[in-house]
Design a protein around this ligand. Sequence first.
Ligand SMILES: [Zn+2]
Length: 337
Amino acid sequence: MASTIITILRRREYLGHTVNFKTTKASYDSKRVIHNDSDAQVVFENTHPAIINQETFNRVQQLRSGKRRKSKSGRVEPFSGLVYCADCKSKLYFSAGACLKENQDYYVCSGFRSKKVKCAHSHYIRVAVLQKLVLNYLAKARQYTQQHEADFVRLVRQDSAEQTQKELRRSEKQLAQWQDRVTELDTIIQRLYEDSVHGKLSDERFVKLSQGYEQEQKDLHVQAEELSQTIAAQEEQTVNVERFLKLIRKYSDVTELTPAMLHELIERIEVHTPDKSSGQRVVKVDIALSYIGVVSRLDFAALDAAEEASADGDSAGRQNLREVLGNLGKPLRFRPC
Ligand SMILES: [Zn+2]
């Protein structure tokens, strides 16, 4: 039964595509069916009406990749597949040893002890602290979308437009650098050719050098082509605030974190290196909401303060609220333990 459902969830045919060469046989009289990897399959897109959209399909695959397993102590990881290290981007490893009490369960960066990744910090965070923080964030988000939906939509859109612009500028700079190198290589190859003609360079040396430079040029062309496509995709990318609102509206009151709510509303959580400069251990945690990502302008503490002031009915408070909404919020901060 479970495997039937898994097969249904994976079927790209429901997206409206025809998928061929899914299986093969060692020979025509062999009875054993061999399942081909997705690279060996051929997909003809949009051959019939889709019954599920690409976004939902991608989300299902993402949710399925983060399986919920029980630890030795019998406790289930609450944020399975959602928590990552902000520095090395590795998954955070859930530790719930039998000798630990439930409120001592913690996460550490899986890249910290790995010889390959060598993350500089353990990124230790207690599960209970993370739960409290995420619950608080979602409750605030729910309350805010209920009371100021139009402001929420505007903040998210502004934030997204700014982030896209930043990424675009970075990609375009990289592209320009590669294009300069391609031009430079043209000149180098031209000179090599002239040196070869004038006998300054042996034929063997010329072939070896020019081959190396030509290969570099080819690689750069491929990389530049890929980056151009990414830039085009970035330009088209828009956040889907309405989709997120539709999801969060289902939860009239956020008082408890449920696995369904977590996986529906949250796309990813990133834990930063602790900052001890203030004398206290402060950990910044980025919470990326489904369909809209991390919204740096959503600083609920600042929004609350402004709200309180405006609730007193003074016009300065209203002004303050507008200022907060228009300014970049401080990063989300908290003090664990
Ligand atoms: Zn790390």
